[in-house]
Design a protein. Structure first.
Lengths: 233, 129
């Protein structure tokens, strides 16, 4: 049971001469909701893409519940990309079928229920949906899997505040002791209450990894305030 | 609607205070079963581990008790609840005095203004009744 959900060891990633990530060491336990925070271009999305195997590290290694990124890890990682990849011509229900075929851990009934709660028209084609509604569909698909690690890249960026609350509650409702959720976002104040821990990335390096409550205990500051201090422009 | 928390103190402590005041106000009666961790987490829109920690604090204070397999219950010991009421009341008054002093009031003036406002409040209440 001591196995970590995610282990990154000396991970570096360069794009040509640009170092997107440099010597990242992270060890994330199971059963936590963790914020991946940092200014634009700090490497958040690159890190997430490395973990889900869309990119390969130039140096170092990544392990998800003991698996290197690959088919075994993809079966237990549920990834919400920053942009939609669902084909335009599909209906929302087609997308659900698609996910049911792809992932053994996909809970179809749960997805249908969540779509209803969010008032997403299930028979509509993806191309007819607004940007925010597309994001909701995507999130429903991702959260309806029973994964060990959820990677959510900007899950609440494009949706209205009411949907934001629903999404955060969805994350809380689906929380289970074996799963870890990694959320990247700029909207720190909105998600701060649901975070156990947070990671600050800056220029491709981890500058702090701590628990939300210890920050408040030691410095008497919220993550939002601390972020504004650390990353003052 | 999520509960309101301030940024300067740990959330689990604020959460514990919130539940404590719920007990003092009688929203959670003596001996009553409390909502589960998950229910609290959804009500307050906070992390379940935070709720767990808040409940642990309350249990240490003796305000709530765990009954095996059935959940957490408000204590049946009235003295425990009274003790918490005293502590919270004292803290509120201490805050009040500190703020008044910061505004430049003396101890005697605070007493007077408190007495006046208390009377005004009472007559308002009887008018409304």
């Amino acid at each position: 049971m001591n196995q970590k959900t995610l282990e990154c060891t000396e991970v570096s990633k360069n794009f040509g001469s640009i170092a997107a990530l440099h010597n990242v060491n992270l060890s994330l336990p199971e059963g936590k909701i963790i914020g991946l925070l940092g200014p634009n271009g700090s490497g958040k999305t690159t890190l997430i893409k490395l973990i889900c195997g869309l990119l390969t590290p130039c140096e170092g290694s990544i392990s998800i519940c003991g698996h290197e990124p690959g088919p075994e890890s993809k079966a237990i990682v549920s990834y919400l990309p920053e942009r939609s990849y669902l084909p335009d011509w599909m209906t929302v229900l087609d997308c659900l079928d698609f996910f049911r075929d792809f992932y053994e851990d996909f809970d179809y009934e749960k997805a249908v229920g969540m779509l209803e709660n969010l008032k997403v028209p299930a028979k509509a084609r993806m191309k007819t949906l607004s940007k925010g509604t597309k994001e909701k569909v995507q999130l429903v698909l991702v959260m309806s899997r029973r994964a060990r690690l959820y990677l959510l890249d900007e899950p609440i960026g494009g949706v209205d505040p009411a949907a934001r609350d629903y999404i955060l509650n969805t994350i809380l409702r689906n929380y289970d002791e074996n799963a870890t959720v990694l959320i990247s976002t700029h909207l720190i104040a909105d998600i701060e209450m649901v975070l156990d821990e947070f990671i600050f990335l800056q220029n491709g390096q981890v500058v702090s990894y701590a628990s939300t409550d210890s920050l408040r205990e030691d410095l008497g500051k919220s993550i939002d305030t601390y972020f504004r201090e650390v990353f003052r422009c | 609607m999520a509960w309101q928390f301030t940024g300067d103190r740990p959330i689990y402590i604020q959460m514990a205070e919130h539940i404590t005041s719920g007990i003092l106000k009688g929203e959670y009666q003596m001996g009553e079963k409390l909502p589960s961790v998950r229910e609290f987490a959804l009500m307050a829109s906070v992390n379940p581990n935070t709720v767990q920690r808040a409940l642990f604090e309350l249990e240490n204070m003796g305000l709530i008790e765990t009954q095996r397999n059935t959940g957490k219950f408000v204590t049946l010991e009235e003295s425990r609840i009274e003790m918490s009421r005293n502590e919270m009341g004292k803290a509120l008054v201490a805050d009040f005095i500190k703020s008044m002093k910061a505004l430049g009031y003396s101890g005697e003036q605070i007493k007077d203004i408190f007495e006046n406002e208390r009377k005004a409040g009472e007559s308002n209440e009887s008018e409304n009744a």
